[in-house]
Design a protein around this ligand. Structure first.
Ligand SMILES: [Zn+2]
Length: 173
């Protein structure tokens, strides 16, 4: 349980720290290097202090991703293992998930796994953003999209013109 990312959007229920940690440790079934917390789809973990019932709120990522059923099952399994067998996983669609919700740590993990992280959709205004997708292998901006669909619907297949390596690019949303 090291390197927990600070997520200001997570509401911690009374005494729900361990339930929150259990839910936050679940990895995305399609991008296994990143947790649902780092991906930004874990919205809230609340524990009823009287009944011990845990309510987890998640927001789906791309509509084309059939991973949410797996994520729901994984959350329940993680909570049961952490001593919270009475758990409900709720899905909220508003506000819609955006790749902007991926944490800095999550972006670094994506890059380390050879998946080009999505560029910020909304301009932060701090740094000027380049639209180029950089090769996660050599960092070259000389890249081109090969296919709109990579290994999953969430990812597009790109190729680097400098080192010729293909790579997955997580589509910005
Ligand atoms: Zn390259």
């Amino acid at each position: 349980m090291s390197a927990r990312s600070a997520s200001p959007t997570i509401a911690n229920g009374t005494g729900g720290a361990s339930a929150r940690e259990a839910a936050a440790s679940v990895v995305d079934p399609e991008i296994r290097v990143i947790t649902i917390d780092e991906l930004g789809i874990l919205r809230a973990v609340e524990e009823d202090p009287a009944s011990g019932r845990v309510t987890v709120t998640i927001t789906p990522t791309y509509t084309g991703c059939p991973a949410m059923d797996v994520i729901r099952a994984d959350i329940r399994r993680a909570l049961t293992a952490a001593g919270h067998p009475d758990a409900e996983v709720r899905t909220v669609y508003s506000p819609p998930w955006s790749t902007d919700w991926i944490s800095e740590g999550g972006r670094a993990k994506l890059a380390a796994a050879g998946i080009a992280p999505p560029a910020p959709v909304r301009t932060a205004g701090v740094v000027s953003l380049t639209l180029a997708v950089r090769c996660p292998q050599c960092g070259s901006p000389e890249t081109e999209q090969v296919s709109r669909f990579g290994s999953t619907a969430c990812k597009a297949l790109w190729r680097c013109r400098s080192c010729s390596e293909p790579f997955d690019h997580l589509k910005a949303l």
